[in-house]
Design a protein around this ligand. Structure first.
Ligand code: ADP
Ligand code: MG
Length: 378
């Protein structure tokens, strides 16, 4: 697809990023290769993205003044997480180009809106009921039946803000969630596999889909991504078409990750959306002809997208706080490990500190190798 050069953001222009985490950092690094400057908004003075950015604004994401300043400094604005204040963003949308827009954010930061939107696109979901209080919850359990998962509508990540209810005994713990606001109750699906896909759109309507990733979680946190996902080619094609359909209906610009369940009954259900690069797409850095970060930057600066191609099978493993020491000790004897760290100082339990990628022709062998390290037993 040809794009007029005047429609492409010039090198040395500035990309503003809301959020200074690892996703922002990897976006920024990809953008630096293309000659762009980066300004990041994050409350931490030493955020992962702040460390590689040209300029930083140290303030809360909800700080209207700070967002205004970011808009003034940037030629184009993007975000690396979905919990940005929509109203504050709408205020600056006429001041600076925000290709992803505020509507996508509005939908994806609210589980109810997201589910309603997906249903309106005829996308299948796990059965769910919106619940406001204990009475609603008891009624919803009657209709869905145990096991069910109660999730806060807003702000959840890595399994935070959700409680699994297997029986009445779990009710009390679940009730605490209502303190965080309105919730949804979902039927717990008997899972065959979890998969995800990253799709990218640009303003010319081009849509490209990365290969499907198979995701293994530990304690509700992504542990491993295996690509290509070990699913039938028919299912992979179905996923690709689903991703294109969702991207098209949203007039997507930038990346969107779609998390999905493959149920034991063989159904494909969408779990949730993330309007940004995604942890399960980190494998693209080494295994594809273009990384999810570079593709996202291309999309927001008006460049044509590349058709993603997987060069080799790959396993990506997350490095959490409790894994760092062992990875540091073992990486010297594993030259084939691509080890990434995000520049976070404090090694907190379950905090994502980095990831490692192994390119392979034999996924099971790599999984065995990783198991033998015993690093991820903790
Ligand atoms: P988060 O925002 O924390 O990623 P998710 O809704 O993706 O929240 O849930 C995290 C994980 O919990 C999922 O990846 C999956 O392993 C499990 N999970 C969530 N909802 C369901 C469900 N309805 N059925 C089965 N497993 C679920
Ligand atoms: Mg999730």
């Amino acid at each position: 697809m040809q794009v007029l050069s005047r429609d492409i953001l010039e090198p040395n222009s500035t990309i503003g990023i809301i959020g200074g985490g690892q996703l922002g950092r990897m976006m920024a690094l990809a953008a630096k290769f293309m000659g762009y400057r980066i300004v990041v908004l994050d409350p931490s003075p030493d955020s992962p993205c702040g460390q590689v950015a040209d300029q930083k604004i140290i303030a809360n994401y909800t700080d209207g003044q700070a967002l205004k300043k970011l808009a003034e400094m940037a030629d184009v604005l993007t975000y690396e997480f979905e919990n940005v204040n929509v109203k504050a963003l709408q205020k600056i949308e006429n001041q600076v180009n925000v290709p992803q827009g505020s509507r996508l954010l509005e939908i994806t930061q609210d589980r109810i809106l997201e589910k309603q939107y997906l249903s309106s696109c005829q996308v299948k979901l796990a059965p769910y009921v919106v619940v406001n209080d204990q009475t609603d919850l008891l009624q919803a359990i009657c209709s869905l039946d145990y096991p069910v998962i109660l999730k806060t509508v807003r702000g959840g990540y890595d399994g935070k803000g959700q409680v699994l209810l297997r029986s009445e005994e779990d009710l009390e713990q679940a009730l605490n969630l209502f303190q965080q606001g309105i919730c949804v109750l979902e039927k717990q699906i008997a899972l065959e596999k979890e998969i995800s896909v990253v799709v990218t759109g640009n303003r010319n309507g081009q849509i490209e889909v990365f290969p499907v990733s198979e995701n293994i979680h530990q304690n509700h946190i992504l542990h491993q991504s295996i690509v290509p996902a070990r699913i039938s080619s028919t299912l992979a094609e179905k996923v690709e078409n689903l991703a294109k359909k969702i991207a098209e209906s949203l007039s997507l610009q930038g990346n969107l990750a779609i998390e999905m369940f493959v149920s034991k009954a063989g159904e494909l259900l969408v779990n949730e959306l993330a309007p940004r690069p995604h942890n399960s797409g980190h494998y693209t850095i080494e295994a594809c002809n273009i990384s999810q970060f570079a593709q996202h930057i291309r999309a927001i600066v008006g460049l044509p997208l590349l058709k993603p191609k997987l060069n080799t099978a790959v396993v990506m493993v997350n490095i959490l706080g409790q894994h760092v020491q062992e990875v540091l000790e073992q990486r010297g004897k594993n030259p084939h490990w691509f080890v990434h760290f995000y520049g976070k100082k404090e090694r907190k339990e379950n905090r994502k500190m980095g990831h490692l990628t192994i390119l392979t022709e034999d996924v099971e062998k790599v999984q065995e190798e990783l198991e033998k390290t015993k690093i991820w037993n903790k």
